[in-house]
Ligand binder design. Structure first.
Ligand code: ZN
Ligand code: ZN
Length: 312
């Protein structure tokens, strides 16, 4: 009888053990799945962090580029010396600043490597194009991001004003309080008749985009054109030079460029046209325009092309 009892207990233990096996197996599977989930979550957090930091850094690239355009144009008008190759020069300075900034991210465990491929004029003359390759990862991570990207850099951000180098480079005009007073220099530079129309002419040196984007509206009322002239706004122009070629003191360029009015100080029936790339052209390409009276104090000389463009 005792033996049978013991056997019974033995059998019960075996049955219990057999029943426990699937429970244990199930637990192992659940634990493994849980830890795999945790690993995926960690990987996701890590990859999200690298992604966000990379985007942050790409915004830094834009700021660095704007700052560089501000500094370089200011330096050029201060030293009155043109750049031999504005594109490679800007590329070098921007790359140096990026390298510096990358070190700071490195201290926060994010390793970023950017190679600036190209700085070029864009289809919008108020923007410069930057091309780069960026790779990023974190210390001890096997997640790596690589992006080849292109960004457009605004040259009209008031936080980083960009200066027009052309008046200074062409005729050595001096700048005071962000304004140029040409004194006799512009009149002497112009080779055609009635050049004295520009004696003591003044102009701004910061590139500001004209808000009247439908240019023909300049002629709609006196207030529009007066406001444009008063603020020395710049406009899109096929004949005007782009910023990068202005930095090289070129006379013409193949890119889509910008132009601004230069206000005359003396009244004639006709005189050289009051457009910067006409007056500051050094290939005997300055041409005349007819007088247009804006108000008692303000006149412009414009050729037919520009007259039509601005609806004046
Ligand atoms: Zn305008
Ligand atoms: Zn150009």
């Amino acid at each position: 009888m005792k033996i049978i009892k013991e056997e019974k207990g033995y059998i019960t233990s075996i049955i219990l053990l057999i029943l426990l096996i699937p429970v244990l197996l199930l637990m192992i599977i659940i634990i493994e799945e849980y830890s795999e989930d945790t690993n995926t979550t960690i990987r996701n957090i890590e990859s999200e962090k690298i992604k966000t930091k990379t985007e942050d850094f790409e915004n830094e690239i834009i700021t660095i580029s704007k700052e560089t355009l501000h500094n370089v144009t200011l330096d050029v008008i201060t030293r009155k010396k043109a750049l031999t190759n504005s594109r490679t020069y800007l590329k070098k300075i921007i790359q140096e600043k990026i390298n510096e900034k990358q070190k700071k991210y490195g201290a926060e465990n994010i390793i970023i490597n950017t190679e600036v491929k190209q700085i070029e004029s864009s289809n919008d003359p108020f923007k410069i194009e930057i091309n780069y390759i960026i790779t990023s990862t974190a210390n001890n991570s096997n997640i790596k991001i690589r992006k080849e990207n292109k960004k457009l850099i605004e040259i009209t951000d008031t936080k980083y004003p960009v200066y027009d180098p052309l008046p200074t480079l062409k005729i050595g005009a001096t700048i005071k309080n962000n304004q140029i007073n040409f004194q006799d220099k512009l009149a002497e530079y112009i080779e055609s008749e009635n050049n004295t129309a520009y004696t003591n002419a003044k102009t701004s040196i910061i590139i500001k985009k004209c808000p009247y984007s439908d240019y023909i509206q300049h002629g709609n009322n006196n207030q529009t054109i007066t406001n444009c002239l008063h603020n020395h706004y710049y406009h899109n122009s096929h004949d005007g030079l782009c910023l990068l070629c202005r930095l090289e003191n070129k006379t013409s360029c193949n890119h889509y460029g910008i132009e601004t009015f230069i206000l005359p100080t003396l009244e004639y029936d006709k005189a050289p046209a009051s457009i910067d790339h006409v007056l500051l052209n050094d290939n005997n390409n300055q041409y005349d325009g007819n007088k247009i009276k804006i108000n008692n104090k303000t006149i412009l000389y414009l050729d037919n092309g520009h007259k039509t463009k601005y609806g004046l």
